[in-house]
Every structure is written in C-alpha cells, then in structure tokens.
Ligand binder design. Sequence first.
Ligand SMILES: [Zn+2]
Length: 104
Amino acid sequence: MKPVYTHPNLFFVTNAKNILQHYSIKAIIQHEYLSGAAGDLAPIDTWPELWLVDEADYPRAKTLLDEAFNEQNADDWHCSRCGENNDAAFELCWQCGQDRDPSL
Ligand SMILES: [Zn+2]
C-alpha cells in the first residue's frame, strides 16, 4: 500500500480513484469520513487520501494523475446546468454533479 494522491476535497480524490480504475489500477480511499474530526486533528490529517493497493503501480499511477490534473485549460468545459468552469479531467461538474454532456 502506498499513497499516491491527496486533496482536501473528497470529490477530487474520488475522481483520481476513478481515473486509476479506468486503467485497471486498484486504489482505495483512506480518511474518507474523517472530515468531521477536523477539530481534533491537524487539518492535513483529515484529508482523504488515495492509496495504491499494489505499490508497483505507483510510477504509472503518478503519471496518469499528473497528466489528468495538469491538463488544465486544454479542454476545460462549462457546466450546462450551473455554468461552473470544470477541468478537462472531470466527467461531472464539481459544483453540482451534472454530467459533462447530458445528452450522452
Ligand atoms: Zn454544474
């Protein structure tokens, strides 16, 4: 087990997990429900973390996530429901959860 990604917003961590899943890389989310304990722990300790089941996947997983999260502005899209600007890596609006293309 090895951590590969963390973010204070669980939505981003879940998205990272979905990306890896798409490439058949097994990963699990830790601290998914810890945010309620933020008063007792250092805030960073409550961030959801994405852990690789197989450490051998790390270089590939890291590359995939770097590519997914660094391709900003390349193919950003606007939500048809709420108008939010979303990163190309996301299939759902991070603001309201609307599908990227509701007609599909
Ligand atoms: Zn939206």
